[in-house]
Design a protein around this ligand. Structure first.
Ligand code: ATP
Length: 135
């Protein structure tokens, strides 16, 4: 059987390297929509929204929650540079639930000092982390 082609996936944040493996297929959350990337994909750069990177390897799917950033694809290497990124097993569900509550409360107040964009972005990050954990 012909050996299946692999590509390198690196997920990094300003703080840490979150993932680095040779993989078969990855879906990344581009601002213009989900992008499925196979090895030998054409070179590309895309901005990322808050969403899930889904890694497919040998029948497993791993989810990595990312909170915006950029992705670059070149020479069968996908580099995701995210503002924040957590693998499923690194997500603290209680923390995400608390962040969700806080953001929802802020959005519910009529206080003109509330930064609505900031609260909405925080809510999206929290919901995304919960989604990665299957909530
Ligand atoms: P919080 O209000 O709980 O800090 P946040 O969305 O404001 O949430 P970020 O600024 O996106 O947090 O991230 C700060 C750091 O904390 C990053 O390193 C991120 O990976 C980590 N982080 C945030 N929430 C969680 C979580 N629920 N589980 C694990 N790590 C988290």
């Amino acid at each position: 059987m012909a050996e299946e082609k692999l590509q390198r996936l690196e997920v990094v944040t300003p703080q840490a390297k979150v993932y680095g493996q040779d993989i078969r297929f990855v879906v990344i959350p581009g601002t213009e929509g989900e992008l499925g990337i196979l090895p030998e994909h054409a070179p590309m750069v895309s901005a990322l929204k808050t969403g899930l990177v889904r890694v497919q390897n040998e029948g497993n799917t791993l989810k990595i929650a990312v909170s915006g950033g950029f992705a670059e694809v070149r020479n069968s290497k996908v580099t995701v540079l995210a503002n924040a990124a957590e693998r499923e097993d690194g997500i603290d569900v209680e923390r995400a639930k608390a962040a969700k509550e806080r953001a929802e409360q802020r959005l519910a107040t009529k206080d003109p000092d509330i930064d609505l964009d900031r609260a909405e972005a925080a809510l999206k990050r929290a919901l995304n982390r919960l989604r990665a954990k299957g909530y």
